[in-house]
Design a protein around this ligand. Sequence first.
Ligand code: ZN
Ligand code: CU
Length: 492
Amino acid sequence: MTPGAETLDLVLGGGLIVDGTGRPGRIGHVGIRGRDIISLSHGDSRHAQAAKQVIDVSGKVVAPGFIDVHTHDDRAVIATPDMAPKVTQGCTTVVVGNCGISLAPMTQEAFQPPFSILGRPDDFRFPEMAGYLDAVRVAKPAVNVAVLTGHMSLRLMAMADPFAPASAAELEQMGQGLSEALDAGALGFSTGLFYGPNAGASMEEVTHLVRIASQAGGIYATHIRDERAGVIDALTEAFDTSAAADAPVVISHHKCAGVENHGRSVETLALISRRSRSQRIGLDAYPYAAGSTVLDPRFVGEGYPVMLAWSRDYPHLAGREISDIASEWGRTEKDAAARLQPGGAIYFSTDERDVERILAYPKTMIGSDGLPHDEHPHPRLWGTFPRVLAHYCRARRVFDLETAICKMTDIPARTFGLGARGRIAPGYAADITVFDPDTVEDRATFLEPQKPARGIEHVLVAGVPALTDGKPTGQGGGELINRQQTKRRSRG
Ligand code: ZN
Ligand code: CU
């Protein structure tokens, strides 16, 4: 055959195609032209259509690229567009702007401590979402980017005292900021009601803003007010808010933290199931029995280990346990934590049985919650997706491979409205991850958190190779996934 319009750019031949829908994998060939998957053929026979390049992937799994639904990569996609922590895990899409904390709309003057999870004060230079999205387009990151608008960003931009309830005028200004972001292409709205500068927000305030997102076809993602003793009330608030605003809601990084709350995922998942009968609910989780966020003395010295992830004034102590530092200093853990601020920490505050139960729950998606700005980050930044495959799927058999991949691809794409992504099927974007199902493994640990995973062999983002033979190419095929585009595509 002579090369012509029908010629494919690439065929991934002979691999086990696990298409993302949860259906059993089948051996076959995936044909790609430009940014799209063009053809799919099953069976062992050679691929019939002419192709410029054929990669033999027999013995390997061909899956849709993983979608990291919960990230704080807002600044990383601009500052480090090769996105090595994500590409090496087989991720092809990140959702940024979670936990109420988005890089835009925000300015340096409005900076408050929780924003340190994204960067330094002078990293905040986008008073409007449109400017940030332009910067993402210019940076051409290796992975696709979808954006949520953070409630805390809107609050800090609108309010004189963000710890207080909002006045009518301040709420109006927040609504305008959110509308601008949605018009520019944001997928929706996120809150982090747990964090100080959001905690003053009433349910009415949040409902008003969620309704604006919902009317534009957007989604609501929330880091709920309390993941500890008050977890049931906080979940109920999230469901009531989204029901009142008629919006789909995603519960972020679901967990039951604190020793006294271990085992309570039985209750929380039952509540999620019950409320799901009358409204659209999603949730995500990361595969570790430890959380990480800013260092907060309230959650230190509570009967579980806490590790320092970073400290502005004591950078050399990153990676050490707070209890060690405290005994060296002859102080209580809470006092030591107060002195180490501002900083970040890893809290070993959840129970492995809850982690498994939540991951196994059919609706649960995978989101890393990785913190790319931390000096000694939680290993979830580099290890989340291979860890689900290696530990929870292959070793622990919490679910089969098809289910694991569905949680990382198709469920996220449908929940967040990402259009024709998240499946291996003709007409879908060629976001593809090829991995060795026997050797794929996370290597990042709490002591060595920045070790890349192994076993991920090829990653394509919109048809562009982002990782070849296990090595990142540094190329950027990533697209900005905006809501308008999503709507147009999903109507077809
Ligand atoms: Zn969060
Ligand atoms: Cu988060």
